[in-house]
Design a protein around this ligand. Structure first.
Ligand code: URA
Length: 260
């Protein structure tokens, strides 16, 4: 039997008929295209209804923290000495040209605090996220030595979500205005934040507790003051993503005395 639809007010009830997923964000209706960056899909470039399937993700604090537990135990069991760990990756820039490489001075949480809160047995343990200052300076120097590799030192904000948590207007949920978003980004900028990603605080905290020298280097894919969607052409994104790798390989070569 066909369902009976009662259309009360302006809210569409089409989703009831088709069993569709209902997104709660009015901004989405005005977007010409929606790029689902992490899936490498877009509503214009892909036939999403035809392609939809189960997708597994590995990103953010829970993923890296599990990996860090096992990596640190591996380093311990292997009796490695004088280890330096460097997280490289991508991020959203705060007032920077896309493609800028940010070497993290301090990893901060969503309140701009240099700490990571871990819940253990129902209690919150607060750990410092301070990184190695000398290492950051050395990496900054490496960045300056590579032509066409814009590199800056700045604080990195780590969030637990890519969309609302980073003040994006293009998620499935959005409970704030464009002005609210910009005000938050301005506050972040005033607090020294130059980029936003999703792993740095737990990485920094775990390295610090275990006495490992650590650094975080992330390239910015966009300037969050100017937008939310990652619409940079694929080739350019690939080039950006290689920038932290170039910097680290330069650093390693310098340490091995392979540079002239
Ligand atoms: N990674 C993030 O966490 N945020 C961005 O904006 C881009 C990459």
């Amino acid at each position: 039997m066909a369902p009976i639809l009662l259309n009360v007010g302006n809210e569409s009830t089409d989703y009831l008929e088709h069993g569709l997923v209902h997104v709660k964000n009015p901004h989405l209706d005005f977007m010409e295209e929606d790029i689902l960056y992490h899936f490498n899909l877009g509503t214009k470039t892909h036939n999403l209804p035809a392609m939809f399937g189960d997708i597994k993700h590995g990103m953010g604090v829970p993923s890296i923290s599990i990996m860090m537990h096992e990596l640190i135990k591996l380093l311990h069991h292997a009796r490695c000495r004088d280890v330096t760990l460097i997280r490289i990756g991508t991020s959203g820039g705060v007032g920077l040209e896309p493609g800028t490489v940010v070497i993290t001075d301090t990893a901060v949480d969503s309140f701009f605090q240099p700490q990571f809160e871990q819940v253990v047995l129902g209690k919150v343990i607060v750990r410092s996220t301070q990184l190695d200052e000398n290492l950051a300076q050395e990496l900054l120097q490496c960045g300056k030595e590579i032509p066409n590799l814009p590199t800056v030192l700045g604080n990195t904000m780590c969030t637990h979500d890519f969309y609302e948590g980073q003040g994006r207007l293009d998620g499935a949920l959005c409970s704030f205005s464009t002005e609210d978003k910009l005000e938050y980004l301005r506050k972040a900028h005033e607090a020294g934040v130059r980029n936003i990603e999703m792993e740095s605080t737990v990485f920094a905290a775990m390295c610090r507790v275990c006495g490992l020298k650590a650094a975080v280097i992330c390239v910015t894919l966009l300037d969050r003051f100017k937008g939310d969607q990652i619409s940079t052409p694929h080739e350019l994104l690939l080039e950006y993503q290689q920038r932290p790798q170039y910097l680290v390989s330069h650093f390693i070569k310098k340490h091995l005395g392979l540079h002239n």
